[in-house]
Design a protein around this ligand. Sequence first.
Ligand SMILES: [Zn+2]
Length: 251
Amino acid sequence: MVTIKMLEQSENEIKLVLDKTTPEFVNEIRRASMFEVPTLAIDDVYFTQNSSALYDEMLAHRLGLVVLKTPKGYNLPSECTCSGKLCAKCSVKMTLRAKGPVTVYAKDMKIKDPDVKVVHPETVIVKLLENQEVELEAVAILGKGLEHAKWNAGHVYYLGMPEIEATKDADAKTVLENVPIVEKSGKGLEIKNIAKWTEAYGEICQKNGFVVKNSDSQFIFTLESWGSKSPQEIMSEAVEVIEQKAKNAKL
Ligand SMILES: [Zn+2]
């Protein structure tokens, strides 16, 4: 039975210790979190006016990468009651209208659903000079990172819990000076603050006569959200995805 301990959490990042598990299962949580938790992103842009220095395609690409806060309740178009016709339950419309000279930011978009918000309002879309103009309508839909990176919910990485053992050439003094989060313990070193451990610290230990082994049953797991959903939401939706897959596999 997997046990989970929270090491650190902030608005956009959680760091956990996953214990009594396997590399395969931890990797499955990573993949589900990054590629199968749906988020909203702009997928279609209809231009009525674009005399900016950027081609329509470039502007559409930039808009696609704008991170949108994804509220609960939206369906994937393929699973929606409208059968993918893009109704209000599976898509959200927004408009952008600007006339130069001006810098156009993501926050200048008028979004139909007030619960859908731009996560980084100061994202620059385009700079317009005198007499340049942009007028467009965009449609954001739910999608998965599996299909395109713009729907990626966040970034996940993990590391087997390090166990540090001394060899006969171990230079503990140098390591203790350069790795402030370890202390001597038994035959090796013990990490006092696991949340702050990095592979760079591991290299310092190895260069100074210690062997660093990474556990294959206990992991330091970090999930960083891009802001469309909270890291906790991403994690629990990823687990649901895995549960659903396991159920389907049994049939
Ligand atoms: Zn729909």
